[in-house]
Unconditional design. Structure first.
Length: 283
């Protein structure tokens, strides 16, 4: 099942789909959740009924919006692919290298990415698997997967700022620098996440290609590592790291420029497409 945030005939909200084409808006079943966590709870309730999606209630999406709302936590993981760590002169570690992104950096597929006003800040693409957390009972011993589903993300980085700030806060804080989408595919549709291939192209030119099994730290290990400090909530997101092939690892580097079109995809999860735009300088 797909959980998306769509607009259709003037309405914008959460909906579910079997194929990513026909969508059942949640108001059709009497609810209209305002955030991702509540939408996940409604989706789980619908699944528990084992009811088919009624064809007469399905609509086409005029647009797909970012399925992650601004109240959710976003945790990033650095150096989680050995080849990428090597190309940017980092080292993999026995424990995950974590950072947090602000939700204001989120964007949808199709949005212009207003990342920087200065091309010399070296905007770089990073295709990543986004893991979205599920509703869980308070007891941590409950034997259920904590993962609701997966999406595609582009964890854009301003490399010039990253070199100045090892916390990567500035490098990951630009407006619309983290598109996620096109929707969330529930985890039960993916038997082995490691077998999926992730790809990035810029203006149609292949830049990144790798299998998710190349991750140093698995999804389960990442969840456990993050929750040593604080429990993740439904709708929270883990960005699981990027493979080799980033601009920073190439010679010449070919960092993103104004009007570049970036496509990030993961098989069976879909693709997100965005155009980079240099925003106006503030006087």
């Amino acid at each position: 099942m797909k959980l998306g945030r769509i607009s259709s005939d003037g309405w914008l909200g959460f909906a579910v789909s079997a194929d990513g084409q026909g969508w059942l808006p949640f108001p059709s079943i009497g609810v209209d959740p305002v955030d991702t966590a509540t939408a996940i709870a409604v989706c789980r309730l619908w699944q528990s009924w084992s009811a088919p999606l009624p064809p007469s209630e399905l609509v086409r999406a005029d647009a797909l919006h970012c399925p992650i709302t601004a109240n959710q936590r976003i945790v990033g993981v650095g150096a989680n692919f050995a080849a990428h760590a090597a190309e940017v002169s980092m080292q993999t570690t026995s424990v995950p290298h974590l950072f947090e992104r602000s939700p204001h950096t989120l964007a949808a597929s199709g949005h212009d990415l207003l990342v920087t006003a200065d091309a010399d800040q070296h905007c770089d693409y990073e295709v990543e698997l986004a893991v979205i957390m599920d509703c869980r009972l308070p007891e941590p011993t409950v034997a259920a997967t904590p993962v609701f589903g997966y999406a595609v993300a582009n964890d854009l980085t301003l490399r010039a700022l990253q070199r100045l700030d090892p916390t990567v806060v500035r490098a990951k804080s630009a407006l619309r620098s983290c598109p996620v989408g096109p929707y969330i595919t529930t985890a039960d549709e993916i038997a082995d996440i490691g077998e999926l291939e992730m790809v990035t192209s810029v203006n149609g030119e292949l830049r990144q290609r790798a299998l998710l099994r190349s991750m140093v730290h698995s999804v389960a290990d990442l969840v456990a590592g993050i929750e040593q400090a604080a429990r993740l909530q439904a709708g929270d997101v883990i960005l699981t790291g990027s493979p080799a092939g980033t601009a920073a690892g190439r010679s010449p580097a070919f960092f993103l420029r104004d009007a570049d079109v970036v496509e990030c995809s993961i098989e069976r999860l879909g693709a997100i497409n965005n155009t980079v735009r240099l925003r106006e300088r503030v006087a």
